[in-house]
Design a protein around this ligand. Structure first.
Ligand SMILES: *[C@@H]1O[C@H](CO)[C@@H](O)[C@H](O)[C@H]1NC(C)=O
Ligand SMILES: *[C@@H]1O[C@H](CO)[C@@H](O)[C@H](O)[C@H]1NC(C)=O
Ligand SMILES: *[C@@H]1O[C@H](CO)[C@@H](O)[C@H](O)[C@H]1NC(C)=O
Length: 380
C-alpha cells in the first residue's frame, strides 16, 4: 500500500515536471485527484517503470569513498565557522535579491502588500483571513533568530539515496541546526542520517504519518502550497480533525496530528520560495492566465536551502544530488524505489536547480557533504 502511494506521488511529481506547473487553485484540486483515479483505473499507472518490482538495491559503499566523505565532514566541522557566510555568498551571486526580514511569519509580522501579490507558494493572494486565523493560533516566539548569538552551522538533510551506507549519522548530529524535509525518517536510519532534528519542514501531504522526532526543541516549519493547506494546519494547531471535504483536495493521505506544541510551529514566509524562484533560479514571474496562475515552483529542498541561509551562518547539504558512479542506488535513503528509471528525467527536469546548486557549491557558498551536487573530495 505504502509503495503504491509513493508511486502515485512519484507519478504526480512526474506530471508536475512534464507539464508547466499550473497552479490554478480550484481547478487543480479536482484535476489531480481525478487524473490519478482515472489513471489507476485505466492501468496507465502500471507503466513499465513501475513494474520493476523494487527490490532492496543494496549497493555496498566503497569503504575508501566512505572514508573520504568522513574526512571531509570532519574538516567542515572543525573549521572555524564564518558568520553570515552563506547569506553573503548568495547575495553576491544574486545581487537583485533584497534580504527578507523574517523567514517566518508571526502575528506581529509586518505583512506587506508584496506577500499578497501571488498565490501560494509564492504568496498569500486573497488569503489574508486564512493567514490571520492561523497566525492567531501560534504564540509569538521570542526573537531567537534575531538576537544573534554564536555562529551557527547548519545541515540541510535531503532524502536522497546517496546518504545510504555512508554512516554519517554521528557527524550530522554534531551540527548546530539539523533541518530535515517532509517525512525523512530517523529511527531506523540513524546510523546514516543521525537522530537529531532541529527543524522539520514540510507541507501537509509530505508530513510524517508516524512521528519519530523526539527532540524537545524541535521546530516544525509549515509550507503552504495551496489554500487548503491552511485548513489542515488549522486542524493540526487546534487539535481538531480535517474535514472530509478538505481531504479531497490533498493528493495523498495527510497526517491527522502533528505532536508538536503550537509554540514550535512556524509558517514559512512565502517570500523565501518567491526569492528562490525569481532571484536564485531566475524563473519567470507568476502570470495570471485565463485558466489560472502559471508558475514554476522550486522544490522543497531548494526552498529549505534558501531558508537555511537566513537561519544559519554556514550551510551544508547532505543527501542532495546523485552519485553518478552508482546508478543502482535507490531514490531515497529510506526506500527501495530504484533511481535508474528516474535518473534521466530527474537530471533533465531539475536541471535548473541542479545547476544553481552546483554553482553555489563550486563557489563554496554551501558545502556538499555527500558529494552528489559537486564533489570536492572525490577522486576523478
Ligand atoms: C514592523 O515595522 C515597523 C516600522 O517599520 C517596525 O518598527 C517594527 O519593528 C516591525 N515589526 C516587526 C515584527 O518586524
Ligand atoms: C540519539 O542517539 C544517541 C545514541 O544512541 C542517544 O544517546 C540520544 O539520546 C539520541 N538522541 C535523540 C534526539 O534521539
Ligand atoms: C565542481 O567544483 C569545482 C571547483 O570546486 C569545479 O572546478 C568543477 O568544474 C565543478 N564540477 C562541476 C561538475 O560543476
Amino acid at each position: 500500500m505504502r509503495s503504491a502511494e509513493i508511486q502515485v506521488q512519484l507519478f504526480i511529481v512526474r506530471l508536475r515536471k512534464v507539464m508547466p506547473v499550473c497552479h490554478l487553485l480550484s481547478m487543480r484540486r479536482f484535476i489531480v485527484p481525478l487524473m490519478v483515479v482515472g489513471l489507476i483505473s485505466t492501468g496507465i499507472l502500471k507503466l513499465p517503470m513501475f513494474n520493476t518490482n523494487p527490490k532492496p538495491v543494496m549497493m555496498p559503499v566503497d569503504p575508501s569513498h566512505r572514508e573520504r566523505v568522513h574526512a571531509y565532514v570532519r574538516s567542515v566541522l572543525t573549521q572555524e565557522c564564518r558568520p553570515s557566510f552563506a547569506r553573503k555568498m548568495i547575495e553576491g551571486m544574486c545581487s537583485s535579491s533584497v534580504p527578507i526580514a523574517e523567514p517566518f511569519l508571526q502575528k506581529n509580522s509586518n505583512l506587506t502588500e508584496k506577500i499578497f501579490e501571488y498565490p501560494p507558494p509564492f504568496g498569500f493572494h486573497n488569503l489574508q483571513h486564512k493567514l490571520q486565523d492561523i497566525l492567531d493560533l501560534i504564540p509569538i516566539s521570542s526573537s531567537e533568530n534575531t538576537g544573534r548569538r554564536d555562529c551557527r552551522r547548519c545541515v540541510v538533510v535531503g532524502n536522497g539515496g546517496i546518504l545510504r551506507g555512508l554512516e554519517l549519522g554521528s557527524y550530522l548530529n554534531q551540527f548546530d541546526v539539523i533541518l530535515r524535509l517532509n517525512s525523512g525518517p530517523v529511527r531506523d536510519f540513524s546510523r546514516d542520517v543521525g537522530n537529531r532534528t532541529t527543524i522539520r519542514m514540510s507541507y501537509p501531504e509530505g508530513s510524517p504519518k508516524i512521528w519519530e522526532d523526539v527532540d524537545a526543541q524541535l521546530q516544525f516549519v509549515a509550507v503552504i502550497y495551496k489554500a487548503v493547506d491552511f485548513n489542515w494546519l488549522h486542524a493540526m494547531l487546534s487539535g481538531t480533525t480535517v474535514s472530509l471535504w478538505d481531504k479531497l483536495f490533498f493528493w495523498q493521505k495527510v497526517p491527522s496530528s502533528i505532536p508538536v506544541d503550537p509554540s514550535k510551529f512556524h509558517i514559512l514566509n512565502p517570500a523565501i520560495i518567491r526569492e528562490a524562484a525569481l532571484d536564485l533560479l531566475h524563473y519567470p514571474k507568476p502570470k495570471l492566465q485565463q485558466w489560472g496562475w502559471d508558475q514554476n515552483v522550486p522544490t522543497l529542498g531548494l526552498s529549505a536551502v534558501n531558508l537555511a541561509t537566513y537561519l544559519c551562518d554556514e550551510v551544508s547539504l547532505a543527501g542532495f544530488g546523485y552519485n553518478l558512479m552508482q546508478k543502482e542506488t535507490s531514490l531515497h535513503y529510506y526506500d527501495n524505489l530504484p533511481m535508474t528509471a528516474m535518473l534521466k528525467e530527474a537530471m533533465h527536469n531539475v536541471d535548473h536547480e541542479t545547476m544553481f546548486l552546483r554553482r553555489l557549491v563550486s563557489a563554496g557558498g554551501v558545502l556538499d557533504l555527500t558529494g552528489g551536487v559537486n564533489c570536492s573530495f572525490c577522486s576523478t
